[in-house]
Design a binder for this molecule. Structure first.
Ligand SMILES: [Zn+2]
Length: 405
């Protein structure tokens, strides 16, 4: 069967809902936090050289940029289609190319000709270096697009906070450009002390942050659900974190070749006003907020909250279906979702939340819902007498249901 045939059959037989396979991504130098349900023997399933698995990517049509050892299709989500005795797998990216607006909606297809976001679990035992994602104008110089991202810390995967559950954002107000440039020029001299002039915030499960491009950030060690624009543009501006030296190559990653070694170029990437904004937390911290009247939702048997809602590039919701209830939930846009808790059905599919997953094993915890199916409404049944169904839903740009003000 051709990709088109399989994708069309899968969409047809899934009544607009595609099942996805778990998509694990290793990172060299990252120590897994072991909160994303892989079997304890499988966190190094790809071998020590590839690093530990500390990410699972969702609804991804974006390959992982993991250096020369990167496996083909690493980072790309597969659709699983079971046809009689055969299990067929097709890349979500290829299914989007074949089915176009039928899958992601004409609005997104016409503008992007692809699914322009993905989400992931980021599960690191330690903190990450203070780093930056370029804005469009700077990313363009190396053939990429700017990268906004956002964080939500789901309670189901945060029984421990890791070694450093605090995240630095930007710089302490009053910091001068000269202070920052001095740190950057000290990059190759051991500890450049960049976070000494920054400010860390304690991370709290069931809350999140919005991180616009151009803002320095050093993510802390909570297990993070992270919707983001499909782009891998970044540069590491901190030279030492968690007693590990960061390669200077990563400072200059995504600097145009003719400007490598030019510290002013690194300074231009920083959105200065955003980084020294004394109101940064007030503007970018996110507490979940109901998508509509809470009482009305509760009477119908569910609760739905916006968890990432300050970016135009993507958005995310947390849907809870109460025990013993059947609900029909409508959205105006296509989305991917990952199960966080509970079990039941969505349309004709089983949904369940595994406690343990072997590397390579298939699951029934991740799906992609077409725009048409989302608009018609999906029916979810929770047969449990006690356990809620909880899922996180990730949407593409300019969600019509979201008013970003
Ligand atoms: Zn980042």
């Amino acid at each position: 069967m051709s990709v088109r045939t399989i994708a069309a059959k899968a969409l047809d037989e899934g009544k607009g809902i595609l099942r996805l396979a778990p998509n694990w991504v290793p990172r060299v130098f990252c120590v897994p936090g072991r909160r994303i349900k892989l079997h304890p023997d499988d966190y190094y399933a790809l071998g020590g050289e590839r690093g530990g698995i500390d990410e699972r990517w969702f609804a991804s049509t974006t390959p992982a940029d993991n250096g020369p050892l990167t496996a083909p299709n690493e980072g790309l989500s597969f659709i699983v289609f079971e046809d009689k005795a055969n299990t067929e797998k097709v890349l979500l990216r290829d299914a989007v190319s074949e089915l176009k607006g039928e899958l992601i909606g004409e609005r997104l297809w016409n503008e992007y000709q692809k699914w322009p976001m993905y989400s992931k679990f980021f599960d690191n035992q330690g903190p990450l270096p203070h780093h930056i994602h370029h804005r469009d104008e700077h990313a363009k110089l190396v053939g990429q697009v700017g990268k906004p991202e956002a964080y939500y810390f789901p309670p189901q995967v945060n029984n421990h906070g890791g070694d450093f559950p605090y995240t630095f954002f930007g710089f302490e107000p009053g910091t001068t450009k000269e202070d920052v440039k001095t740190c950057l020029m000290n990059f190759s001299r051991g500890d450049n002390k960049l976070t000494n002039i920054s400010k860390a915030y304690r991370l709290e499960p069931e809350t999140g942050w919005d991180v616009p491009p151009g803002v320095l950030h050093a993510p802390g060690s909570l297990c993070t659900y992270e919707p983001q624009k499909a782009s891998d543009v970044f540069a590491m501006y901190q030279s030492l974190v968690n007693n590990q030296i960061i390669s200077e190559e990563l400072l200059w990653k995504d600097t145009p070749p003719d400007r490598k070694g030019d510290f002013d170029c690194l300074m231009e990437v920083i959105d200065w006003e955003l980084n020294v904004d004394p109101e940064f937390a007030a503007k970018h911290f996110m507490r979940p907020t109901p998508v509509k009247d809470m009482r009305e939702m509760e009477e119908q048997g569910y609760k739905e909250m916006w968890v990432c809602y300050k970016s135009r590039a993507f958005s995310a919701k947390e849907l809870t279906v109460f025990p013993g209830r059947t609900v029909t939930v409508r959205d105006s846009a296509a989305y991917g979702f990952i199960m966080m808790q509970g079990h039941g059905t969505i349309g004709q599919w089983d949904i369940e939340t595994p406690a343990l997953i072997r590397y390579g094993q298939l699951t029934h915890d991740e799906y992609f819902v077409s725009e048409e199916a989302a608009k018609q409404g999906v029916t979810i049944t929770n047969p449990s007498k006690t356990d809620p169904i909880v899922m996180l839903k990730h949407f593409g740009p300019d969600n019509p249901d979201l008013d970003v003000s």
